[in-house]
Design a protein around this ligand. Structure first.
Ligand SMILES: Cc1ncc(COP(=O)(O)O)c(C=O)c1O
Length: 442
C-alpha cells in the first residue's frame, strides 16, 4: 500500500514559503514528498492530514510515554491552566513535583526545572563547571545531549572509513570552533580509554556527560561494569558524573537508568517522559553540587515551571510511579522484539536488539553493538529502505536506524498485531527491492 500524502505535500509547498524546510524543527523534515503533517495523535496512533493512521514508535522522540492526549494528564494540565501560567514567582506545586522526583530517583537530592532537555543539560554542565572550577567534559561517541554549542560536536560515523579515529565535527554551521576544545570523546564500554583520558586531562575536566542507554544511537547500552568503572574513575579524578536521562528517565525504570544499573549520578537530567509531552525538564543531583545554584551559578528563565507543564508532570509522574504502566511498556517492547525476531529469523536475516525494551534499537548484524563504531558494521541501509515501507504500511518509526523505537503505555494488542503484519510486509518488500546481495545471512 503506497500512502497518499497529497495534503501533506500541498501543505509543505505552502509551509516552506514561511518556515525554513517547512517545519519547526529540522528533524521533522523528511524530504520533499515525504514530510508529514499531523492532524492529531490519540493513544499510540497518529493521524496525518491525509487521514493516514499510523502506529507510532517515535512518540515525539519519547515524551508521550502514556500515549497522546492522555485524559488524566490533559485534565491535570487544564487544571494547571486555571492556575494562570507563569508569574515570575514560584508556586507550591514545584515542591510537590520535586518531592516525587526525589522519591523516584535517590540521586535527585535537589531539583530545578527547565523547559527542554537542552536547557537542563546546559545547566548541568554549567553547575558541574562551577562546582569543579574546570571547563572540559568527556562525552561518548554517538552521544546526543541537545542543541547548545558545547554539545554540538560529534563523530559522524557515516563518514568514517573504519580506519583510525573518526573525525570530530560540529552538528551545524554557526558553532564557534573555540567550543570544540572542551570536549574529550571516548568510545562507549572502553574503561581503559576513559581512564587514560582522565589520567591525562582530569585537571581540566569538569564532568563526564553520559547517557548509559544511548537514546539517539540505537539504544547502545553501557555494560554495567563499564558504568561502575566510570563512576569510580570520576570519583578518583574529581570529575562530576552527569547522567543524561532525558530519554531514559521515568521510562526504563521508575528511577530511570540509575535504578536499572544500581548507580548514582552526581547530577542528572530528565525531560521527555516527565510531563507526557508538556514542556518541562529537570536538573537534579547531589545537594552540595546543586547548592551552587544561587551561590554563584545562574539558573532560571521566564517559562520555567509553567503551571500547565507542572500540573501535567505531577499527574504523569504519579501514574508512572504508582501504576504498572512501566511494566506494561516493557512487556509490550519484549513482545514486539519477539515478533520482529520471528520474522527476521525465518528469513535468515542477521539482527540484534539493543537497549531497553521500552526504547529498542534494531540493528542489522548478529552481534549487538558495544559502541557507535560498531553501527558502521551493520546493514543499516536495509533498515533505511525498510522504514519507508513501514511508513507506507502504517507504522511510524524513525527513518534513521539510530533512533530507537519508543513504546508507550497506550500501545495495545491491536497495535502489536498491526505492527507485526506491517513488519513482515516491509521486510519482504525490502528484500525484494534491495536484492539478494543485501541479504545478510544469520
Ligand atoms: C539524551 C538527550 N539529551 C538532551 C536532549 C535534548 O532535549 P530537547 O530536544 O528537549 O532539547 C535529547 C533530545 O532528544 C536527548 O535525547
Amino acid at each position: 500500500m503506497a500512502r497518499k500524502l497529497t495534503n501533506s505535500n500541498a501543505h509543505f509547498e505552502k509551509a516552506v514559503t514561511r518556515l525554513p524546510l517547512g517545519v519547526a524543527s529540522n528533524f521533522r523534515y523528511w524530504g520533499e514528498g515525504r514530510t508529514i503533517y499531523v492532524k492529531h495523535g490519540r493513544g499510540a496512533r497518529i493521524t496525518d492530514i491525509d487521514d493516514n493512521v499510523y502506529v507510532d514508535y517515535r512518540m515525539g522522540y519519547g515524551p508521550a510515554i502514556l500515549g497522546y492526549a492522555h485524559p488524566e494528564v490533559d485534565r491535570a494540565a487544564r487544571e494547571g491552566m486555571e492556575v494562570g501560567g507563569v508569574f515570575a514567582l514560584s508556586t507550591e506545586r514545584e515542591f510537590t513535583v520535586a518531592n516525587r522526583i526525589s522519591k523516584m530517583v535517590p540521586a535527585a537530592e535537589l531539583v530545578r526545572f527547565s523547559n527542554s532537555g537542552t536547557e537542563a543539560v546546559m545547566a548541568g554542565l554549567r553547575v558541574a563547571r562551577a562546582y569543579t572550577g574546570k571547563d572540559d567534559y568527556v562525552i561518548l561517541e554517538g552521544g546526543y545531549h541537545g542543541l547548545f554549542d558545547a554539545a554540538m560536536w560529534f563523530t559522524p560515523m557515516d563518514k568514517w572509513s573504519q580506519v583510525g579515529d573518526p573525525e570530530v565535527r560540529p552538528y551545524s554551521e554557526g558553532i564557534p570552533v573555540s567550543t570544540r576544545s572542551f570536549a574529550h570523546f571516548v568510545q562507549a564500554n572502553d574503561a581503559n580509554q576513559l581512564e587514560d583520558v582522565l589520567k591525562r586531562h582530569a585537571h581540566r575536566i569538569a564532568c563526564m556527560l553520559i547517557e548509559p542507554i544511548m537514546g539517539n544511537c540505537l539504544g547502545i547500552a553501557a555494560e554495567p561494569e563499564y558504568l561502575r568503572a566510570a563512576r569510580g574513575l570520576c570519583d578518583k579524578h574529581g570529575v562530576v558524573l552527569l547522567i543524561d536521562e532525558v530519554k531514559t528517565g521515568f521510562r526504563v525504570a521508575r528511577g530511570g537508568v540509575q535504578e536499572l544499573y544500581g548507580i548514582k549520578a552526581d547530577l542528572c537530567t530528565f525531560a521527555k517522559a516527565v510531563g507526557n509531552g508538556y514542556p518541562i525538564s529537570v536538573l537534579a543531583g547531589r545537594a552540595d553540587i546543586m547548592r551552587k545554584i544561587g551561590q554563584g551559578v545562574a539558573h532560571g528563565g521566564t517559562y520555567t515551571a509553567h503551571s500547565v507543564s507542572l500540573a501535567a508532570a505531577e499527574k504523569t509522574l504519579q501514574i508512572l510511579d504508582e501504576t504498572d504502566a512501566l511494566e506494561r511498556i516493557a512487556d509490550y517492547g519484549t513482545r514486539l522484539r519477539a515478533g520482529m525476531r520471528a520474522t527476521l529469523s525465518a528469513r535468515g536475516i542477521a539482527h540484534s536488539f539493543v537497549g531497553h525494551p521500552s526504547m529498542s534499537g534494531l540493528y542489522f548484524a548478529q552481534q549487538a553493538p558495544r559502541n557507535y563504531r560498531d553501527w558502521k558494521g551493520s546493514d543499516y541501509s536495509f533498515y533505511d529502505a525498510m522504514a519507508q515501507v513501514l511508513h507506507d504500511e502504517g507504522v511510524l518509526c524513525e527513518p534513521d536506524s539510530r533512533e530507537p523505537w519508543f513504546v508507550s503505555a497506550a500501545h495495545d494488542a491491536e497495535c502489536l498485531s498491526d505492527t507485526l503484519r506491517a513488519f513482515e510486509i516491509a521486510v519482504d518488500a525490502t528484500l525484494k527491492s534491495t536484492g539478494a546481495s543485501r541479504k545478510v545471512r544469520a
